[in-house]
Design a protein around this ligand. Structure first.
Ligand code: DC
Length: 214
C-alpha cells in the first residue's frame, strides 16, 4: 500500500461513477478527480485547433495544454470549457483520443501528480485501478445494466433512450477493446452493480467495503 489515500473507481459510461465519486469524496474529506473530463478536455482542444486527425499533434497538444479539472468545472488553457467538453461532438470523438498511447502517458502522469500533491483522492475513470493506481486503498468497479445507464444519461442530458443506449454500447465496446489500458475489472477490484440502487445505497455499500479493508 502506498502512502497516498486513493479510492479508485472505474466502470463503463453511465454507471454512476461521477455522482458516487463526488459524494464519497465529500464523506471522506478527500478531493475528487474526474479523469474522463481530462480526456474530454484534450479532445475539445484538438477539435478547436483542427488537429483531431493527427495523432502526433494531439499528443503534442496533450503535453502542452494547461488543464484545470476541479469541483467547479474545467479550464482548458484558462478558458472555461465545462459545458463544451460534454457536447455531442466531443462525446463522439473522445474514445479515439483516449486510445492514443502518448496522450494516455501524459494524462496518467498528470493524474499521479494530482494525487501526490493532495495526499490522495477519489479518482474515477476507466484504468485507475488497473494502471494509474494499482495500489489504491480501495478499488471499485461500478456498473449497471445498459438500459439503466442510458436512462440515467437521458435524465441528466436529455435525448432518446434507445439512441443513447446504442451510443453508450458503442463507446463501451471501443473503450474495452482498445490496445492501451482498456476498461477492465482490475485485479482486486470490488464490483458494485448499481442497477436498481439509490446513490445512498451505493454509498452505504462502498462504506461497508471500506470498513472491510480496515
Ligand atoms: O467518463 P467519461 O464518459 O467522461 O469518459 C470520456 C472518455 O474518456 C471515455 O470514452 C473513456 C475515456 N477515458 C479513459 O479512457 N480513461 C479514463 N481514465 C477516463 C476516461
Amino acid at each position: 500500500m502506498s502512502d497516498l489515500r486513493v479510492i479508485a473507481i472505474d466502470g463503463p459510461a453511465g454507471a454512476g461513477k461521477s455522482t458516487v465519486a463526488r459524494a464519497l469524496a465529500a464523506r471522506l474529506g478527500l478531493e475528487y478527480l474526474d479523469t474522463g473530463a481530462m480526456y474530454r478536455a484534450v479532445t475539445f482542444a484538438a477539435l478547436r485547433r483542427g488537429v483531431l486527425d493527427d495523432d502526433a499533434a494531439v499528443a503534442a497538444l496533450a503535453r502542452d495544454v494547461t488543464l484545470e479539472v476541479g469541483e467547479h468545472g474545467v479550464l482548458v488553457d484558462g478558458v472555461d470549457a465545462t459545458v463544451e467538453i460534454r457536447s455531442a461532438e466531443v462525446t463522439r470523438q473522445v474514445s479515439r483520443v483516449a486510445a492514443n498511447s502518448a496522450v494516455r502517458t501524459e494524462l496518467v502522469a498528470r493524474q499521479r501528480e494530482w494525487a501526490k500533491v493532495r495526499g490522495g483522492g477519489v479518482i474515477e475513470g476507466r484504468d485507475i485501478a488497473s494502471v494509474v493506481f494499482p495500489d489504491a486503498e480501495l478499488k471499485l468497479y461500478l456498473t449497471a445494466s445498459p438500459r439503466v445507464r442510458a436512462e440515467r444519461r437521458v435524465a441528466e442530458a436529455g435525448g432518446d433512450v434507445d439512441e443513447v443506449e446504442a451510443q453508450i454500447a458503442a463507446r463501451d465496446s471501443y473503450d474495452s477493446s482498445r490496445a492501451d489500458s482498456p476498461l477492465v475489472q482490475a485485479d482486486g477490484s470490488r464490483v458494485v452493480d448499481t442497477t436498481g440502487m439509490s446513490i445512498d445505497e451505493v454509498l452505504g455499500a462502498i462504506e461497508g467495503l471500506l470498513q472491510e479493508q480496515e
